[in-house]
Design a protein around this ligand. Structure first.
Ligand SMILES: [Zn+2]
Length: 143
């Protein structure tokens, strides 16, 4: 470190001013505290908003995925039992299997729509509950 740079640093410390690079916009700015990472209120608020959006996204993921998985497994396990059951007529098996495929197709579409925020999670959940009832109706006499 040159003497000039050293002297400058000492002055900076004595007046409690530090040069920092804003972690959001990359602008060089004078910080009054060592741990001041953002150049302005605007950048700080933006950073808080970005963090919140990330948090919400994660929360959303933990919302719809397990709910989807639960109803998917509900269908899957019952269909499996039906397929191993010799007393169920072949055309019934066919019909139930086709109902299962329709469910899978539609569920994926709707799940993606929730992911892209085009559908509310609550609407998706209501639909999943309907689908679970639909599975019951299709298969209850064989289970
Ligand atoms: Zn900034």
């Amino acid at each position: 470190m040159s003497l000039l740079r050293y002297a400058f640093t000492v002055v900076q410390y004595s007046v409690k001013e530090y040069f920092q690079v804003c972690k959001l916009c990359g602008k060089l700015f004078r910080a009054t505290q060592r741990r001041q990472y953002y150049c302005s209120d605007r950048c700080l608020k933006m950073k808080i908003r970005i963090d919140k959006a990330k948090f919400d996204e994660r929360a959303k993921k933990t919302d719809y995925e397990p709910e989807y998985k639960r109803v998917y497994m509900y269908w899957y396990n019952r269909l499996r039992k039906i397929n191993f059951n010799d007393s169920v007529p072949a055309e019934e098996k066919e019909q139930i299997s086709s109902g299962y495929k329709d469910f899978c197709f539609e569920a994926k579409k709707r799940k993606n729509s929730v992911k892209k925020r085009n559908t509310e999670f609550n609407d998706f959940r209501s639909w999943l509950i309907e689908q679970q009832n639909h599975a019951d109706l299709l298969m209850k006499k064989y289970l």
